[in-house]
Design a binder for this molecule. Sequence first.
Ligand code: ZN
Length: 456
Amino acid sequence: MICNLVVPQPLPSEIAAGYAGRTARLNGYESVAGLYDHLKASAAERKTTSTASTTIGLLAEMCGMSCEAFTVAHTLMPSNRAVASYLSDVPHGAEGTNAIMRRSAARSVARIWRSCPTCVREDLGFHGHAYWRRDHQLVGIVYCAKHGSRLTVVNDRAAAFHAPTGVEGEVGGAQAEFDPASRKVLDRFADISYALCDRCKPFNVRVVVAALSEKARELMFRRTPPGRDPKLSDFALALMPRQWLAEVFGHLAPGPRGHTSIAALDVALYGGTASVQAAYALDLALMFESGDAALTRILEIERRGVPGGKQATKRGKQYWNEPRAEELYVRCHGSHSAVARALRIDRRTALASLTTRGLPNLKYGDHSKKYALGFAQFVEGRGSLEEICASLALEPLELQAMLRSAAKPSLKLVKRILAQPVSNGGEKVPTPTALARSPRLKCEIESPIGSGAGRP
Ligand SMILES: [Zn+2]
């Protein structure tokens, strides 16, 4: 298929860049770029599929593997994309994910290349040559999982072109020292990182956050940004070697707004998306007693499913009885943010709870009730979407999104919204205090929230 090339099979856990280097050497190229040029030209001639436009796709095609299988076995993507909020159901390396591939899979391990001296010796004996193993290049990995020996570090951008036996880069350098306690966390971190690499698709961030949040509550770590409980990042700083943390998180110095990159450890507990992927594995390693326990918990939650935002499982059931949600929705003129403010809950929790009930967010921009009106007109068949949007000056895409997320009861409620008076032409929604004063809602709102806040 690929003319004039000697194509070796990739070895077990061989990293893509190293495999490209080995193939390039075998075919007499002076650098990997020469091989890629050849593969690109050959792919262009044959007008191959879209994944073949990435370097990973080209290599997969070259050795006759599917792009998905090659990505899972030979790239850092399963680790760089272990936890995802976007397209988390799409397998690594799937067709049509070129942008993700370029960002996560081919992202080279930069200048740092690691190898285990014992693995190198064994590979020389068994395969006839040593090679760069993917599992040694994962972020934060310091020891060989098979031999327990410290990995040799080479600081050379061109190392991938050569075998580990043939590099003359700067070897070693000062390395982080681990005491028994931090070594235990490091071993759990490695276990979790490898387990994540065995998966063909990422975990949804909500599933992982649910597991983290649950464990953090049990261990009394801080789960909301302002709070008195100790921060998990402070625990990490006290326990783990600074040098290793700096390697994993990039740097530890505070940025322009006073945030350090290690705050990603706390952000994951707060329910946000961590800026550093390794933060999830380290959070799990710091709190769970073993890598197995952490993964088992995550898989349990994944099987059970996390319907809404981070607290929707517990809080959702406890605080959202249907009549109250609908009552509030009407009083807040169909604005999800207003419902969240009135209940003093996270906006995403409100959004998830209301959307699963088929109650769309009718607030877009500050067009008071215009969308509610357009919504009602469309559902009652008083014109096409275009006609209604034109007559009321609405954004068709927004109205479409509202209609898509709506279910049966919403029309009834929307009509109640339209029947309500609008004061001062503006969209006055009840404030928490106004709601608390309202006799009808008082017992329904204050008691569950109050008892919720008081819970440990
Ligand atoms: Zn080894």
